[in-house]
Design a protein around this ligand. Structure first.
Ligand SMILES: C[S@@+](CC[C@H](N)C(=O)[O-])C[C@H]1O[C@@H](n2cnc3c(N)ncnc32)[C@H](O)[C@@H]1O
Length: 176
């Protein structure tokens, strides 16, 4: 895929392996991805879900990339583990039903803070919110990085599993 489908902003293979392992660590049953593109990162997430028995909902606004992703999910043998919803994630996310123990944010960078606000109520304590490009696009993601690092509901670290960089936020249990 990475050789034949270029210019689709895919994460690096090492980053994909990291996502797969994180899905396994939280034993995710329900995963959400915002920004499918051609499905490369979604396939890695689905490989984790194959081990946990979970399912991925992934959101993509672009019709061509969504079609390509469907083909790639089939070719990778993970189509039964993935539901792709084509449309604007800013409209789709508020209509989704919780819980999602694993959320991956990788759409347009100016919307990350809004996605964080939308997904936070959908994630149970112990769940993970992972966002891409906090290292290579750090300047564009200043507000988001501040939001995940200062939110008392989240425990956040930055992980450079590849060139993009992930913020990895665990949702804390509510205090009495
Ligand atoms: C960085 S690419 C995703 C790459 C993918 N996660 C991967 O690594 O294989 C971002 C994708 O988010 C999609 N996107 C941007 N804004 C969106 C929105 N509001 N709703 C749904 N998809 C959106 C873009 O069309 C694009 O395909």
């Amino acid at each position: 895929m990475r050789e034949h489908q270029k210019g689709l902003w895919n994460i690096a293979p090492s980053e994909g392996a990291f996502l797969r392992d994180q899905v396994g660590k939280v034993r995710a049953q329900h995963a959400l991805e915002i920004g499918t593109s051609n499905g490369y990162s979604g396939i890695w997430i689905a490989l984790g879900l194959r081990e946990t028995g979970g399912h991925l909902t992934t959101l993509e606004i672009d019709e061509g990339r969504a079609r390509l992703a469907e083909e790639n999910f089939q070719a990778a043998g993970v189509a039964s583990l993935v539901t792709l919803r084509r449309g604007d994630a800013l409209e789709l996310v508020p209509k989704l039903h919780a819980p999602f123990e694993f959320v991956f944010i990788d759409a347009w960078k100016q919307d990350y803070v809004r996605y964080l606000e939308m997904v936070l109520p959908l994630v149970p304590a112990g769940g993970l919110i992972v966002a891409h490009n906090v290292t290579d696009l750090r300047d564009q993601l200043q507000d988001f990085i501040h939001a995940v690092q200062s939110n008392p509901q989240l425990d956040t670290r930055i992980v450079n599993a590849g060139p993009g960089g992930f913020s990895v936020s665990i949702k804390r249990a509510p205090r009495d």
